[in-house]
Design a protein around this ligand. Structure first.
Ligand SMILES: Nc1ncnc2c1ncn2[C@@H]1O[C@H](COP(=O)(O)OP(=O)(O)OP(=O)(O)O)[C@@H](O)[C@H]1O
Ligand SMILES: [Mg+2]
Length: 242
């Protein structure tokens, strides 16, 4: 599979959001929310953007506390953790005031459990005015809504949407190293609409083609892969039930 970053419509809407937040008028709050179903490319997009724009990128985890969150931000800044929470907070604020950096927080749903952690992001935003982007699952918006003061600071909200058939055809053509017939592409379009699923199918199809010395992937191969995937999932479900 080719290592290319595909600028899907979701990616384009994300870039517009980031431009709006970075160029916003004075007084307009600078927090943003990105949310959507699994496998639509949210993490890939923020990784790509953060790398290009020297942003601070933090990925939350199930057990994350406010202290842990601040430590992660310190790490990203190349600062040594100084132990005291108040000192960490001051260093982060000082650094962002001297050299503003966008902060992006992935898997924010985990933070929505601990109000201290999520409200710390609001504090950082209020003190420094740097854009802070929260990225989460499909129900992140309703979870964040519970934190009224934080929700009020969201100037931009982007929902990553499942792909249309023409989006998928474009993605397959850009990513697949081995040529796919039009029927093979149609078959993928008819059956999947998320990036992670598309990538898995292309990968399996390429492995099959390489193992069998084929230079083109047709509809029959794709159908077999889709059938195998469906059987695997059924087996997992049955095992889980037992
Ligand atoms: N723009 C892109 N260009 C190329 N490949 C991509 C792109 N976006 C996503 N992918 C591929 O799809 C996979 C899934 O994307 P990603 O992990 O970003 O989804 P996600 O929306 O963050 O899912 P989750 O909600 O489960 O965290 C990636 O590992 C990558 O292989
Ligand atoms: Mg993700």
């Amino acid at each position: 599979m080719k290592k290319v970053f595909v600028k899907t419509n979701n990616v384009k809407r994300f870039i517009t959001m980031m431009n709006n937040l970075q160029n916003r008028a004075e007084g307009v709050p600078g927090m943003g929310l990105v949310y959507g179903e699994p496998g639509l490319g949210k993490t890939q997009t923020i990784n790509w953007w953060a790398f290009k724009n020297n942003a601070i990128l933090v990925r939350c985890t199930q057990l994350m506390t406010a202290r842990w969150l601040l430590n992660e931000i310190m790490d990203e800044m190349g600062e040594v953790n100084c132990g005291r929470l108040a000192d960490c907070f001051k260093i982060i604020i000082r650094n962002l005031l001297t050299e503003p950096q966008v902060i992006i927080v992935d898997e924010v749903d985990y933070l929505a459990i601990d109000s201290r952690a999520i409200e710390t992001l609001r504090d950082i935003h209020d003190k420094t005015n740097v854009p802070i982007i929260l990225v989460g699952m499909s129900n992140a918006k309703s979870r964040i809504k519970r934190f009224k003061h934080l929700y009020d600071r969201l100037s931009e909200i982007v929902q990553f949407k499942p792909f249309s058939k023409s989006d998928i055809a474009g993605i397959v053509k850009e990513l697949s190293e081995i040529e796919m017939t039009e029927c093979a592409i149609k078959c993928i379009c008819a059956n999947v609409n998320r990036f992670r699923q598309i990538v898995k199918i292309i990968n399996k199809a390429e492995c099959y083609a390489k193992a069998n010395g084929l230079n083109s992937i047709d509809e029959i191969i794709i159908k077999e892969i889709l059938n195998d995937e469906a059987t695997d999932k059924e087996t997992v479900q049955t095992t889980e039930q037992v």
